[in-house]
Design a binder for this molecule. Structure first.
Ligand code: NAG
Ligand code: NAG
Ligand code: NAG
Ligand code: NAG
Ligand code: NAG
Ligand code: NAG
Ligand code: NAG
Ligand code: NAG
Ligand code: NAG
Length: 469
């Protein structure tokens, strides 16, 4: 008996060590005060060295693809301990490219990768299991080149397969060329890729003259998402800086940032589609303390001046007002939805044109039956999830850009200024208890051992120790 126990204990310790080695280290610390999370959520820094990390997306194998502006696309596989405990297990360069900026998308079968430069959209054949791309690319869309706002966000529709939505920004703060629909500036368009086979002789689409216009007069709509219940397309827009209203400087709290609705992709005659959203003549009101307010309220479209060609009446009558308006200069860069359509999440990159700084956070918005629950003139639609304790330290702080949700509902967030990836998770009630295993089971985990979370591991060890000793 003594002999057996002496034999078993080293065995047990050895197996504990083996499991411990597979358990990720999830203790990365930022070099600045860590961001704070709201009740019911926890967050953890899970990757560093992702310089200029912009859009992020999960592939069909559950791994994260990261666009690093001016560097290329990287594939990150995580050692996953559940909840917020992850560490990078493997980092693979998929494409080295100085041209790629921000946009990334995958085909509906996950086997074609799309990415954008400021001028073009490219595609590659992608094997998520082998972690490999075709050596050559196909140019699908061209003609998007302009200065200043160059992110060219991509969204692949899940409702209308093979439809790629592309957003193009303005060439300056107030880009007068955007007044002319034929310039293609400040527009969101949708392209049917069904007949764009991966053949070397197919002609690319021209953004400026082809595709279906989902909206124009959109200064720089960097975030685009498809609402999962109805297929409604929503975008979030970065509005203008340094503005005056009838000669008075109102830039501190105006114009508001916008969330716009662009109808559904299933019909080219959708009346919610293709309208003008105001820029560069009309802007959304956030703070109503402005000269000559009239009967306007939060979200009303207003003109910077009142004259015979641009004025508040013209803005109210002929332009589509946002579905929601946010505090000026917060810089929304991404929007994603919960699969059941009850919440949207928005990243706010943060301000440069405001004192004190604002934004630098990720917030949620309640949705119901395909629309935001809050009224269009609401100033309280956002619930903050993760933010900096002191924005006065920004921009040297957490600066969220891209959002991606994994199969467990965890939200991954890139921060370009700091070259980081964070994970944000709803706090599991099971972790609070040390006597029962968590009910949630991990799916699509790339971890060697499918631990539910740290609580599950501790519970299992506890049971093993009790049983054997
Ligand atoms: C991934 O690898 C690249 C190239 O070696 C490196 O520059 C980068 O810091 C790595 N990123 C992460 C998140 O580890
Ligand atoms: C796509 O292929 C062309 C032709 O080989 C090449 O010049 C270009 O750099 C590639 N684009 C990217 C983003 O790698
Ligand atoms: C498009 O989708 C919307 C929202 O789901 C739906 O109400 C509408 O009937 C659909 N239209 C067509 C032509 O299928
Ligand atoms: C609105 O703007 C005015 C004038 O700049 C300012 O005094 C006020 O605090 C602002 N209100 C809000 C809610 O930001
Ligand atoms: C606001 O006033 C303008 C004219 O000053 C008028 O055309 C418009 O209908 C009014 N809007 C509302 C909502 O009352
Ligand atoms: C009217 O105001 C708009 C907005 O400030 C300005 O761009 C335009 O030049 C003005 N037009 C005239 C005729 O003054
Ligand atoms: C406001 O602008 C519209 C459209 O440009 C114009 O038709 C109208 O006359 C202008 N109103 C005033 C009072 O100048
Ligand atoms: C929607 O999904 C979230 C996250 O999984 C969950 O907490 C919530 O209860 C769900 N709501 C409905 C109405 O299904
Ligand atoms: C977790 O705890 C919260 C707050 O006590 C409660 O509202 C929620 O229903 C619990 N969720 C689960 C899955 O038990």
């Amino acid at each position: 008996m003594m002999q057996t126990q002496k034999f078993l204990i080293p065995l047990l310790l050895a197996s504990l060590e083996a499991v411990a080695a597979a358990t990720p280290n999830c203790d990365l610390k930022p070099s600045y005060p860590a961001p704070i999370v709201s009740n019911g959520w926890s967050a953890q820094l899970v990757a560093q060295g992702a310089i200029e990390a912009r859009s992020i997306i999960f592939d069909s194998a559950g791994n994260l693809l990261v666009v690093q502006a001016g560097y290329g696309i990287f594939h990150l596989a995580f050692n996953d301990g559940g909840s917020t405990c992850l560490e990078v297990a493997k980092n693979t360069t998929l494409i080295s490219s100085e041209a790629l900026q921000h946009g990334i998308a995958l085909s509906n079968d996950g086997k074609t990768l799309y990415a954008s430069s400021s001028d073009a959209v490219y595609s590659w054949e992608y094997d998520p299991e082998a972690i490999s791309l075709s050596s050559t690319n196909q140019t699908l869309i061209t003609g998007m080149s302009n200065d200043d706002h160059t992110s060219r966000t991509l969204l692949m529709s899940q409702m209308v397969p093979n439809t790629l939505v592309v957003s193009r920004g303005s060439n300056s703060n107030i880009d007068l060329e955007a007044e002319d629909i034929k310039t293609g500036h400040s527009q969101i368009r949708a392209f049917d890729l069904t007949n764009k086979a991966m053949t070397s002789n197919s002609t690319p689409y021209d953004f400026t003259t082809q595709g279906r216009i989902l909206g124009w007069g959109l200064r720089n709509s960097v975030g685009i998402a498809e609402e999962p219940l109805t297929g409604g397309i929503y975008s979030v827009e970065n509005s203008a800086d340094e503005i005056q209203r009838d000669g008075t400087d109102i830039h501190q709290n105006n114009p508001g940032e916008e969330m716009n609705f662009h109808g559904f992709l299933n019909s080219s005659t959708d009346p919610n589609q293709g309208g003008n959203y105001g820029y560069p003549n009309c802007f959304a009101l956030w703070n109503t303390s402005i000269p000559n307010l009239g009967n306007m309220t939060v979200g009303s479209q207003f003109s910077l001046d009142q004259n015979s060609t641009s004025n508040d009446t013209f803005c109210a009558d002929d332009h589509i007002a946002p579905r929601l308006t946010f505090q000026a200069h917060m810089a929304p860069l991404d929007i994603i939805f919960l699969p059941n359509g009850t919440e949207a999440y928005i990243s706010f990159h943060g301000s440069w044109n405001r004192d004190p700084p604002i934004g630098y956070k990720v917030s949620s918005i309640a949705f119901s039956a395909g629309s935001p629950v809050a009224a269009a003139d609401s100033t309280t639609a956002l619930t903050d999830l993760i933010s900096n304790a002191d924005n006065l330290k920004c921009p040297d702080c957490f600066r969220p850009v891209g959002l991606a949700m994994d199969s467990q509902g965890r939200i991954f967030i890139s921060s370009d200024a700091t070259g980081e990836i964070y994970v944000l998770a709803k706090t599991s009630n099971a972790t609070a208890s040390s006597t029962s295993p968590p009910s949630s089971t991990p799916t699509k985990s790339k971890a060697g051992i499918p631990l539910g979370n740290n609580g599950a591991a501790r519970w299992a060890f506890g049971v093993a120790v009790l049983f054997l000793l």
